[in-house]
Design a protein around this ligand. Structure first.
Ligand code: G1P
Length: 275
């Protein structure tokens, strides 16, 4: 059973400056809820209850968010505002949160390796809170756990993107398996390829289930695209052994790492609230 979910949350969020000068980008709200809370809710919905968060300097607000604020609780107790804290309280009651700091920003692969101390030797999920995912039925992570049950290897979520946008994503190539139309055994993967060099238009989005041998691979992974240690490069080593499945998830993803995606997500959730 997978119980732990890793949240790399050490990045600077430069695309949202000046908002992210003193506020972690994971704390930017879509309506009234910070991005990372959507991620934690998705993990809980998938049955995970141990959250492992990779932070960095200036990220204290994340720890405070997933903790009780006694002064605030005292102030609003018995008032009409009290229910506004129900959702976050319920998360705090259901999960444990642990944190470790990534001291140097050396890429997503390095951030995940930093989490080894919180994860140990067991398979685990990774959520990039920037990619806000929603689905009427099962959450993306829940769908992926079902795929994991079947294949017992690393699972990555993918989505088709316009070919000219491949430079923003890890891109995979693979073969459909088991008469499915949404599950591929990965044969190749490249981090942020130029559209001319991209093997396909199937892009990795920020949901992973990783087997713990990934840590040993990451230790050996040399800096790749952008001089950073890339999880895509480490996964390619597993893929060479047939141990990575890509799953075209059901649902919708908003790229909240960009202003456009953030506004789209905000409009989507606002309209849903009114409906
Ligand atoms: C990371 C990964 C990339 C993946 C993307 C999904 O990139 O390196 O392979 O496609 O997340 O959001 P980032 O967006 O952090 O630059």
């Amino acid at each position: 059973m997978i119980q732990k979910c890793l949240f790399p949350a050490a990045g600077y969020g430069t695309r949202f400056l000046p908002a992210t000068k003193a506020t972690p980008k994971e704390m930017l709200p879509v309506l009234t809820k910070p991005l990372i809370q959507y991620g934690v809710e998705e993990a809980v919905e998938a049955g995970l209850n141990t959250m492992a968060i990779i932070t960095g300097r200036g990220k204290r607000a994340i720890e405070d968010h997933f903790d009780i604020s006694y002064e605030l609780e005292h102030q609003i107790k018995g008032s009409s505002k009290e229910p506004l804290l129900d959702e976050i309280r319920s998360l705090i009651n259901q999960c444990t949160f642990s944190y470790t700091r990534q001291v140097e920003m050396k890429g997503l692969g390095h951030a995940i390796l930093t989490g080894e101390t919180l994860i140990g030797n067991e398979p685990f999920a990774v959520i990039l809170a920037d990619d806000l995912c929603t689905n009427g039925h099962d959450s993306v992570l829940k769908q992926m756990l079902e795929v994991y049950e079947k294949y017992q290897c690393s699972i990555i979520a993918i989505e088709e993107v316009p070919k000219e946008e491949t430079y923003k994503y890890g891109v995979i190539a693979g073969n459909l398996v088991d008469n499915t139309n949404d599950t591929y055994r990965v044969t190749d993967m490249v981090e942020k390829p130029d559209p001319k060099e991209a093997p396909t238009n199937m892009a990795i989005i920020g949901r992973y289930i990783l087997t713990p041998d990934i840590f040993d691979i990451l230790r050996e992974t040399k800096p790749g695209k952008g001089g950073e240690i890339q999880i895509t490069d480490a996964l390619l080593e597993q893929a060479k052994k047939g141990k990575v499945i890509a799953y075209k998830f059901h649902g919708q993803r908003f790229d909240c790492g960009s202003v456009d995606g953030f506004v789209e997500a905000t409009n989507y959730f606002y309209n849903r609230m009114e409906a």
